[in-house]
Design a protein around this ligand. Structure first.
Ligand SMILES: Nc1ncnc2c1ncn2[C@@H]1O[C@H](COP(=O)(O)OP(=O)(O)O)[C@@H](O)[C@H]1O
Ligand SMILES: [Mg+2]
Length: 435
């Protein structure tokens, strides 16, 4: 029951805070409310009768026609959300909360209007202002992106920290071993020195004693006393003086040989550990390989044959002790891979100005899936207690520090080849800064 002064439904539609447009199948405007008029700057009198895409050129003609067609044929609603089409109409932002929202974000709903007879003649386009929500969501998305970036950065940092710690652990271990080796070498050096010198004296003294003995025998023989002669012969026979003379000399020679070996080992241990020098020098790689081999010889000599194929290479600017660690890790890995009766080839040479050291084995080879994980810290296929997974990662970082490369190729069941490539000289500043 209508009362006087009661607003009509049409006036509600006219004034509601929502865009309301009635369109026919051609997209011709039949109704244009205040919201549309205020925001577009086109009054209803002008708008009605015009084609929407001509009235508002920012609305794509094809797109709007498709929307209308679908509503007319399917007799159902259609939507356009701000996420897909943020600014269907080029309206200014109604609430510029932040500087970002220059334009109004809009959601649009298209719904069919049925005449009383049942036929659909018009479609209503209802347009809502989604600026507030859109701005908040966009800000959130941006924040999320920032957080994600930060998280990625943290993950990267943590990984680097882990690597660095692993390297620290390993190099600390190596330094400790180096120090121990150098200490032992030093301690052994003194006793070996005096035993060696004593042996030398002993040899001289024995020579003299034997000379005196011989002299005695000659003097006794000159006496022409058969009793004395046979007594001397009996004594000689009992003590087997001939044998003693020979064997004592032999024993002393052997002992001196043994001492020489001990001395060599001491020198190798010192060379290998180089505790006193973590400095850049011109390193003789063959020397490094040999002293490394001597140090690990015990671990490998009964199982593996080492074949040296040393080429003609120049000295290389390097921290010798660190390169020795690399060689040691590669050779020990190879010895693990070959097992009993295997072969390890150590080949050196130069190519395109780089010096290379190749450690090749005819061992088990490496699964292609593992090839690009080898240098990760803690990557190991060995049982707990045998492998730490640090050898190759340490080798990699040492070679990196030397501005070189560490490459690997391998065929499962045939063997593996690790190649250390080194520049002959370090880039000028690097040698000082990195040391
Ligand atoms: N010469 C090789 N032949 C076959 N596999 C190898 C060889 N060298 C390294 N690997 C593989 O790479 C892994 C990582 O080596 P490494 O970093 O030295 O750690 P670890 O020897 O402690 O396992 C080994 O567990 C092994 O699977
Ligand atoms: Mg190893």
């Amino acid at each position: 029951m209508a009362t006087v002064g009661m607003p009509t439904l049409a006036s509600v539609l006219q004034q509601i805070n929502l865009g309301v447009v009635l369109l026919d199948a051609e997209a011709r405007v039949h109704f244009w409310n205040d919201f549309m008029a205020v925001n577009s700057g086109t009054r209803a009198e002008t708008a009605v009768g015009q084609l929407l895409f001509e009235l508002c050129p920012e609305v794509p003609e094809l797109w709007i026609k498709k929307k209308l067609e679908s509503v007319f044929t399917l007799e159902n609603m259609a939507f356009s959300a701000w996420q897909q089409r943020p600014h269907l109409f080029d309206f200014a932002g109604s609430r510029p909360i932040t500087g970002q929202a220059q334009k109004m974000f809009q959601n649009a709903t298209f719904f069919p209007l049925r005449e009383e007879g049942g036929a659909i003649t018009l479609v209503c386009l209802a347009l809502t202002d989604a600026t507030d929500i859109a701005v908040q969501q966009l800000a959130l998305a941006e924040l999320n992106q920032l957080l994600q970036a930060e998280k990625d950065e943290q993950t990267r940092l943590i990984k680097r920290l882990e690597e660095t710690q692993a390297q620290l652990l390993q190099s600390e271990k190596m330094a400790a071993i180096g120090q121990l080796a150098a200490g032992v070498a030093h301690e052994i050096n003194n006793p070996v020195g005096f035993v060696n010198s004593n042996l030398g004296s002993l040899k001289g003294y024995f020579d003299e004693v034997f000379a005196v003995l011989t002299e005695y025998q000659t003097l006794i023989a000159a006496q022409g006393n058969p009793e004395l002669d046979s007594a001397v012969q009996a004594l000689n026979k009992k003590a087997d003086v001939d044998f003693l003379t020979q064997d004592i000399a032999e024993l002393i020679r052997e002992s001196q040989g043994g001492l020489d070996r001990v001395k060599r080992i001491v020198v190798d241990l010192r060379d290998f550990s180089h505790v006193d020098s973590s400095e850049w020098n011109m390193a003789d790689l063959h020397h490094g390989l040999d002293s490394t081999l001597n140090v690990i010889w015990n671990e490998i000599k009964y199982r593996v044959e080492i074949i040296k194929e040393y080429g003609d290479i120049p000295a290389v600017e390097a921290i010798g002790a660190q390169l020795n660690q690399v060689f040691m890790n590669l050779i020990i890995n190879a010895s693990h891979a070959v097992g009993e009766g295997g072969h390890i080839w150590l080949r050196t040479g130069t190519q395109d100005g780089e010096v290379f050291v190749e450690v090749r084995d005819d061992g088990c080879g490496i699964d292609p899936d593992n090839l690009n994980r080898l240098f990760e810290p803690f990557f190991t296929t060995k049982p707990v207690g045998k492998g730490t997974g640090l050898g190759l990662s340490l080798a990699y970082s040492i070679i990196n520090k030397h501005h070189g490369r560490l490459t690997v190729d391998s065929v499962v069941g045939e063997g593996s080849r690790f190649t250390v490539w080194l520049p002959q000289r370090q880039p000028a500043a690097a040698a000082e800064a990195d040391a």
